[in-house]
Design a binder for this molecule. Sequence first.
Ligand code: AMP
Length: 231
Amino acid sequence: MNIILLGPPGAGKGTQAARLVAERGMAQLSTGDMLRAAVKAGTPVGLQAKAVMEAGELVSDAIVSALIGERLDKADTAEGVIFDGYPRTAAQADALDLLLLERGRALDWVIELEVDEAALIERVVGRYTCANCGAGYHDRFKSPVVVGTCDACGAHAFKRRPDDNAETVGTRMAEYRAKTAPILPIYEARGLVRRVDGMADMEMVGSAIGAILAERTDRARPGSVSVPARG
Ligand code: AMP
């Protein structure tokens, strides 16, 4: 099962991808996470990407597609992958087709998380994570039970993404509208797109995604030919 989670920043792609990893053993391929790791490690890719990410603009198609290609070759992708934050442009969608074809894989679903943009800014600007285990919190919607202590691991240090500020979020939303939303029709024409209400409660979004994945198991892939049984 190979799926794309599509939606603007703050739509809940990362949260839902993490659930699928935990529940189904799929691998989460987040280009944002890969790029942040590269920036932290100071690799050549990280050095190139840092300023672009801080501005909320898009890193080059060649860089992110190369990262995805390398990641797809790791053994933990055997149970299926969730593309989280990739593809973000038509060129990346084309590159992904090729990367999958070369590996004998195919896309099962493109799941769009539909969200209200005004609410997203508040979601994104207020979010932060535990610096130790990555558990997610929010200034308004989810504080740790004991102030200053992570519920999951007990650590006391938290961090915010440098691009989760009001100004950069505006640019990231604009990039999504201009470059990412236009790739939906490509997948729609192939019958791969399903939509989920991303403003619903996290659990409900998770069950809606689960229901879509269950559907695929019972159905032939689009474009495949089913041969009727003899007799
Ligand atoms: P994300 O964590 O998905 O919100 O990504 C954070 C930032 O990393 C984005 O604002 C972009 O600057 C960069 N980025 C992540 N994925 C991509 C991608 N597929 N194409 C171009 N830039 C990306």
